[in-house]
Design a protein. Structure first.
Length: 263
């Protein structure tokens, strides 16, 4: 009799556990839209990026979607990074990628061995404001060879791409706002037109080169497809491991690096 009761108890526990949905409660389940892969901030969401998964209750507290087309055909982009399997909800999706900058951390996310430097930008210089935090940009310098003291030759104007895949950390000045842990999530947004400055990541050595070029050349930025991004700030640069490695630059070092007078 004891063995029979034990088997019945085990079966009852198994039955109760097997009827609960992913929401953690028992009862009927509903299919909700979740990410089928990891999505990056400001990435466009398509039909290939979403699937349905069963939950016993709305996993997004009333803000979840139950139809794939409601997400896949609405032109949504991710306001934050979204993990594979995470339910999609109206509070983490946006209609326009132009306004999404992501949550602002207390400290700038500068990788070890790198520094942040702020450079000027504008509508014509900075791709009409489409460059956003998290993008990787290229810099084109337009300069006269007279800047390198080539008095024996007729000066000419040279245009060269001097930097590629510079990580953009921020647009515009800091707001000075630090969000306390556990407080309600607030999404930052760019407003008031095109920003007049960008903060990018590079080594201290490259910062010296860039600072010299800013004073002698005209600078413009280009923005490629996010699929072509090749981040340079993922590990310490052995040629310039920290700020102490920067030894100063002048026309000779600039010309030796990019060969402006050889073009």
């Amino acid at each position: 009799m004891g063995l029979i009761l034990a088997l019945l108890a085990f079966g009852l526990v198994f039955l109760i556990g097997s009827t609960g949905g992913r929401g953690g409660a028992s009862g009927p389940t509903v299919q909700y839209v979740v990410a089928s892969r990891d999505l990056q901030i400001r990435e466009q969401i398509t039909k290939d990026d979403v699937v349905l998964a069963p939950f016993s209750q709305d996993p997004a507290a009333g803000k979840g979607y139950t139809r794939l087309d409601d997400v896949a055909k609405s032109g949504f982009i991710a306001e934050v990074g979204i993990a594979k399997g995470q339910p999609l909800s109206s509070n983490i999706l946006a209609k326009s990628g132009d306004v999404v900058t992501g949550a602002q951390p207390a400290f700038l996310p500068i990788p070890q061995g790198f520094v942040a430097i702020t450079i000027p930008t504008g509508e014509q210089q900075g791709v009409a404001g489409y460059i956003q935090a998290g993008d990787y940009i290229n810099i084109i310098a337009t300069i006269s060879t007279s800047a390198f003291g080539t008095s024996t030759a007729t000066p000419k104007t040279v245009v060269k791409t001097v930097y590629t895949n510079l990580h953009v950390l921020r647009l515009g000045p800091s707001t000075g706002t630090v969000q306390a842990a556990g407080s309600a999530s607030q999404q930052g947004s760019q407003s008031g037109g095109v920003a007049s400055s960008m903060t990018v990541v590079l080594t201290e050595c490259d910062a010296e080169y860039l600072n010299w070029l800013q004073g002698a050349a005209q600078m413009k930025y280009t923005l490629g497809s996010y699929k072509d991004y090749q981040p340079q700030d993922t590990k310490v640069d052995s040629t310039c491991a920290n700020a102490s490695a920067a030894k100063g630059v002048g026309p000779t070092q600039i010309n030796a690096r990019w060969g402006f007078t050889n073009t």
